[in-house]
Design a protein around this ligand. Sequence first.
Ligand code: 6PG
Length: 245
Amino acid sequence: MSDYPAPEPLIQVLPEAESLGRAAAARMASILLESPEGMPLYVALAGGNTPRLVHDVLSTTFRERLPWDRIFLFWSDERFVPLDDERSNYRMALETLISKVPIPPENVFPTPVHHATPEEAADAYEETIRSVLGERGFDVVFLGMGSDGHTASLFPGCDALEEKLRLVRAVDAPDYADPRQRITFTLPLIARSEHVIFVVSGADKRDALRQVQQGHSHLPASRVKSHGTVEWFVDAAAFGEESPA
Ligand code: 6PG
């Protein structure tokens, strides 16, 4: 454990959703393009809707500029539904990114939701992550944040939030989350990463974002650490500034 306090999270406030997507995509591209030639680049995509803003830019502006043949995609969380279910985070990424860029299919590692139970799926995904990445962490982990301060599928008060050893856990989300059965990265796995990029949009996230930025550790999103940087890309609505007229 480092003797030094974790660096302050870096935050960028963008005027609206489209510029938010452009800024976060540009940051991911800068990280990946700075990596040594030929090295595999491990990226975990976030779930929910906000990542669409980033995928739209990655699949157009950066389509020809990223080394897709050495980028390997995972998911920082997934709903325990079939991959073609409209609630699937994989399906959203397939439609908005993967189907639009020249990434080899063998570089894409969906959460194995075909298993009989979320627990078996979590075990299998952890095994895959350990076999592909070994002891190293992801180069980039994308995360979103819910209005309750959850991130990935680590919800306030859930026991997976206190996991110290496992890399992937099955969780039962609160009854306001549909679907409730989910598979999520744990804080120890996220903490191995070189860069965490949060992308947060919308006024409904304002209270949680303010608490996280003030360092309230009871919210899951405020407990995210990485080996390198934790960067927040948020729009004015989420930050609490009115969008410029
Ligand atoms: C999920 C996500 C979840 C998401 C937040 C924000 O599977 O739902 O991983 O953690 O990032 O709920 O969701 P929106 O981007 O849709 O606001």
